[in-house]
Design a protein around this ligand. Structure first.
Ligand code: M6R
Length: 610
């Protein structure tokens, strides 16, 4: 994971780097550092912990300069301490490097360099890069040749930015596997792992392709391919606004993003469902003939996006009658799936940068399957590597715990399923219109749920010391149970497990005591009575019951210790509402326990390692 930035221009480099790093902190926050080149000398500052720790170090030990590189780390090789923090340098401190990714052959390279007399200080894979460049310089190569030769020696996934003390006007870079962009402002240039890091100073950007490398000056970008040929590069306008990247008055991004869901849904519905009730999906990946022939769908995704895929499977099977499997990307890519011509693969990802999901796409393409992805970043690797992609339109999601991207995934999967069902003549116009009318009411229903957030805030106080939670749901809300448990454990560090209600008696019920609260997701629908039986079973074992139920259901209220209503809606739409109180529960319990919901320990927003 990790985030890297580079800046060259008229401004004080430390402040520009700090803003950029703060915007990239979602990529990792184990340590942070900067290297600044001033009057031919490299100055390094690095600190364990979040950007704030680096900021206070820079206050005590300022750096001056107009060009520099910075890094925020999610530790892979070596403990999260100051020594392993980036930037890393060669022995003579002539070259400084920040790197995102993994150099897989670092061990062999390190030993080869040590035999040449190089002394290593950190446990990181990254440190081989400055030493390799320095060795090439020692061998009499130019800096351009040294960087190029170094890239040729690396295997793995990486993007890096590099300063050389003999080059006061250039920052070098390379990309192979990990994202990297160039940003252009007025008389200033940037490098970054992601566009938000360069907003609002850069107005245009270019996304590097794998295998590209080169350098930036304050006014220019020079890009080359693996054959050392210059690559033409068209800059594109940056659409992200600075206002999308702040907390907008909320205490945390996660809370802001939870509350953004009704507005986001309204925007998506307006864009996707025309006034005439016609669905707008130009990005369908395959002709109508292909969609009619379609015999199998495989969904590949991870984490919250995997839970969305589970609901998506039900939408797709119901409306398209195409057998659909859902696979964890990390399993799909290694299991050599049997798949032939009329199978389509659907990849779901908020970031569009999840390494396992990217690998799943390559696996699918190697089998000549078409890939349609659902991504929140249209410029991401997943969007670019797929045959077509559907933009989730959730807007930037910064909190590490995914919230609004999940409901954006659900609504898009539902609408896409009815779209394909329409092409296959499986869903009639009337059926679709009836569904869409209800879909159009969803934003208002969401608002209604969120208006009662304070109820959950109050409940959270009772769970400050709780050690274990269980979440139960069936059918449409089995994935909701898994999602509720994931949200709670990732940000509050309380152990939580989600189960299908019917499966609970086959073992997990042994966990129940009067100290384990059980969240029961039980809206009205076909399996409502079965969920009631689940509630009875856990109540009989003295567990505290937290239920999510349909407004007006007095039976459930009387059986529950805590009960939260959602508006009456079709069962298949209920996952878009039932998840909201669970997002709030996770958030308020985390805050109550003094945890930092936007930056939970050991996690990062984009999981770009395999
Ligand atoms: O960006 P992606 O949707 O591909 O990310 C997948 C998971 O890493 C992600 O959903 C993760 O589980 C979240 N932290 C959950 O809140």
């Amino acid at each position: 994971m990790c985030g890297i930035v580079g800046y060259i221009g008229p401004k004080s480099v430390d402040s520009v780097l700090l803003v950029g790093l703060t915007r990239l902190e979602y990529r990792g926050y184990d340590s942070a550092g900067v290297a600044v080149l001033d009057k031919g000398e490299l100055h390094i500052r690095k600190e364990k912990g979040k950007i704030k720790a680096l900021e206070s170090m820079l206050r005590d030990h300022p750096v001056e300069g107009r060009m520099g590189i910075g890094h925020t780390r999610w530790a892979t090789h070596g403990e999260a301490n100051r020594t392993n923090a980036h930037p890393h340098v060669d022995e003579k401190k002539r070259i400084a490097v920040v790197h995102n990714g993994i150099i897989e052959n670092h061990y062999e390279l390190r030993h080869e360099l040590m035999r040449e007399g190089h002394v290593f200080h950190s446990e990181t894979d990254t440190e081989v890069i400055p030493h390799l460049v320095e060795q090439a310089l020692r061998d009499g190569k130019s800096i351009e040749d040294a960087v190029f030769d170094t890239i040729k020696r690396l295997t793995g996934r990486y993007s890096f930015a590099l300063l050389h003390d003999g080059d006061p006007d250039r920052i070098f870079f390379a990309r192979d596997g990990s994202p990297l962009i160039y940003g252009k402002g007025a008389g200033e240039s940037f490098l970054a792992s992601d566009v938000p890091a360069v907003v609002p100073l850069a107005r245009e950007h270019y996304i590097f392709e794998n295998g590209q490398w080169g350098w930036i000056t304050k006014d220019e970008l020079h890009v080359f391919n693996e054959e050392r040929e210059a690559v033409p590069h068209d800059l594109k306008k940056i659409e992200v606004k600075a206002a999308d990247l702040d907390k907008g008055g909320y205490e945390h991004f996660m809370l802001k993003e939870i509350f953004e869901q009704p507005g986001m849904l309204r925007r998506i519905i307006q864009h996707r469902i025309g006034d005439n009730g016609k669905l707008n999906f130009p990005e369908k990946a395959g002709s109508n003939d292909f969609l009619i022939r379609l015999s199998r769908l495989i969904i590949t995704s991870a984490g919250t996006s995997w839970h969305a895929g589970m609901v998506g499977k039900m939408y797709l099977e119901r409306f398209t009658k195409v057998a659909t499997e859902v696979d964890l990307s990390s399993e799909f890519r290694y299991r050599n799936p049997v798949a032939e011509g009329d199978t389509k693969v659907i990849a779901i990802s908020q970031s569009g940068e999840t390494a396992d999901t990217i690998a799943g796409i390559y696996e699918a393409k190697a089998k000549f399957l078409r890939v349609l992805s659902f991504v929140n970043n249209p410029e991401s690797t997943i969007a670019r590597e797929s045959d077509a992609f559907i933009n989730l339109m959730a807007g930037p999601e910064i909190g590490v715990a995914s919230t609004k991207a999940y409901t954006a995934q659900l609504i898009h999967l539902l609408l896409y399923a009815t779209f394909v069902g329409g092409i296959k003549w499986l869903t009639g116009k009337e059926e679709r219109q009836e569904l869409f009318e209800e879909v159009r009411r969803l934003p208002e229903m969401m608002e209604h749920v969120l208006e009662r957030a304070d109820v959950i805030k109050e409940w959270a106080k009772d769970f400050r010391e709780t050690k274990d939670f269980v979440f139960l749901g069936r059918s449409w809300n089995h994935p909701t149970a898994l999602e509720g448990a994931l949200k709670l454990k990732e940000i509050s560090y309380i152990h939580a497990s989600g189960y299908a209600g019917g499966e609970f008696k086959h073992g997990p019920i042994a966990l129940i005591t009067d100290e384990v609260p059980v969240v029961c997701i039980a809206p009205q629908g076909d399996i409502y009575e079965k969920m009631l039986s689940n509630i009875e079973e856990v109540r009989a074992r003295k567990a505290k019951i937290i239920s999510i139920y349909t407004e007006g259901d007095e039976k459930i209220q009387s059986m529950s210790d805590y009960a939260f209503p959602i508006p009456k809606c079709s069962e298949l739409l209920s996952p878009l509402l039932t998840v909201l109180p669970l997002q709030l529960l996770a958030y308020y319990v985390a805050v109550e326990r003094g945890c930092e919901p936007d930056q939970p320990r050991n996690l990062a927003k984009s999981v770009t390692v395999e």
